[in-house]
Design a binder for this molecule. Structure first.
Ligand SMILES: *Cc1c(COP(=O)(O)O)cnc(C)c1O
Length: 397
């Protein structure tokens, strides 16, 4: 997945352009720029690649999720439904706005279970956040239907699935707003960065102003700009955008390599009858950033995970026992451990997370291994890795 594995001349050239004119900020300083607008150019590329009318770059993927929710008016006391299996950014972005994260089970797609979403809707629910985890996607038709019927916003976090497709639409472009991360380990990297994409012009204008202190961006005198509403600073810098501009042009190349490597490993693992793979919804094509498979039970998954480590097979994650991506180990969230007071509404909401059992999520995450697919492996390395993985798995079941 990480685009940094293939840094080259293009990235250097784009960054050098910015250093040559010295304008590291994305807004203003028109005269000094020599025509270089890296953030603006990257936004145009994002619109093209993700077939969406508007794109707004921000400082991170976490900022993207928060800005997307804020742009659509999600705030204090609103409930946002999100999955138990995701990155901590999902609930951070919600809590930051004073909204309440409502965690619900995933299914065998490793993303939101539409039934669990439907059951979690209350009069306070404002949005559903689908997280396209580990290169694949949720059942978007079912989720869209639920949102439409109940008048809810659908926000799509496609940070880990850049390049994946659902029924001919790029992931990220399906919900009312889509979010990407370009942090250092994502398929396309800026070092740090993120983006919100949408076809809704009002939401777009809100993202543009909100991510830059509420500036209206009218004219070219920053001091004279008005602030139609409150905002914050979630700006990306020109240096970061320059790296992303080089990387986005290489997305087809990255996706092709991911697919090749994924296909070799999947074919090898398919020979083991006890191994099954995550369900990809009908009409979906993964980004191939990860190969996700299930072992028969928690014990065999733990054994295999240990075996991979002992045999030098890195980047294979058993998220059940990992602090990153699964609700089981998010004690700081469950206990609402915060540096500053949080609202009683949020506290009450978070208490529910501890009392929920999430047995269905345990059933899938306990048996799941997510194998990251790297871009830098040679074909020989991939073949050797696949062979070793098969050995370790056979010894674990
Ligand atoms: C990486 C990631 C984010 C946040 O991105 P940052 O740029 O690191 O803030 C959000 N959601 C998911 C699913 C991610 O993988």
């Amino acid at each position: 997945m990480p685009g940094f594995e293939r840094f080259g001349e293009q990235e250097c050239k784009e960054v050098q352009d910015v250093l040559d004119n010295g304008v590291l900020m994305r807004y203003g300083f028109d005269g000094m720029r020599n025509g270089h607008w890296k953030a603006k150019s990257l936004e145009e590329e994002l619109q093209r690649v993700f077939k969406t009318e508007h794109a707004q770059l921000v400082s991170s993927g976490t900022a993207a999720v928060s800005v997307a929710l804020a742009a659509a008016g999600v705030g204090a006391g609103d409930e946002v439904i999100m999955p138990t299996f995701t990155f901590v950014a999902s609930f951070e972005a919600i809590i930051m706005l004073g909204a309440i994260p409502v965690l619900v089970d995933i299914d065998d797609t490793l993303t939101l279970d539409p039934k669990a979403v439907a059951n979690a809707i209350t009069p306070k629910t404002k949005a559903v956040m689908v997280v396209q985890m580990c290169g694949s996607m949720g059942n978007m038709d079912a989720l869209q239907k639920i949102c439409k019927t109940n008048g809810l916003l659908l926000v799509e976090d496609a940070c880990q699935a850049i390049g994946g497709i659902y029924k001919e639409k790029p992931l990220g472009s399906i919900g009312d707003l889509g979010c990407f991360s370009f942090d250092f380990v994502k398929t396309i990297t800026c070092g740090e960065g993120g983006a919100v994409i949408t076809n809704n012009k009002d939401y777009y204008i809100n993202t543009d102003h909100y991510s830059d202190h509420g500036h209206d961006h009218e004219g070219n005198d920053r001091g004279a700009e008005t602030h139609p509403f409150l905002g914050y600073n979630f700006r990306i810098s020109e240096l970061h955008a320059a790296v992303g501009l080089a990387q986005i042009k290489r997305l087809p190349e990255f996706l092709e390599v991911q697919k090749q490597n994924y296909t070799i490993i999947r074919a090898a693992l398919s020979q083991i009858p006890e191994v099954t793979f995550r369900t990809v919804p009908e009409g979906g094509e993964e980004s191939y950033a990860f190969l996700n498979f299930f072992l028969p039970d928690l014990e065999s998954a733990r054994k295999a995970s240990k075996g991979f480590k002992e045999n030098g097979i890195d980047v294979c994650f058993h998220y059940y026992d990992n602090n990153w991506h699964y609700v089981r180990k998010w004690d700081h969230l469950k206990n609402a451990t915060s540096l500053y007071p949080v609202s009683t509404e949020i506290k009450k909401g978070l208490e529910k997370i501890s009392s929920n059992a999430y047995e269905q999520s345990d059933h899938y995450i306990g048996r799941n291994v997510s194998a990251l697919i790297k871009l830098s492996w040679t074909e020989e390395e991939v073949n050797a890795r696949a062979e070793k993985m098969v050995e370790v798995i056979k010894a674990s079941i």
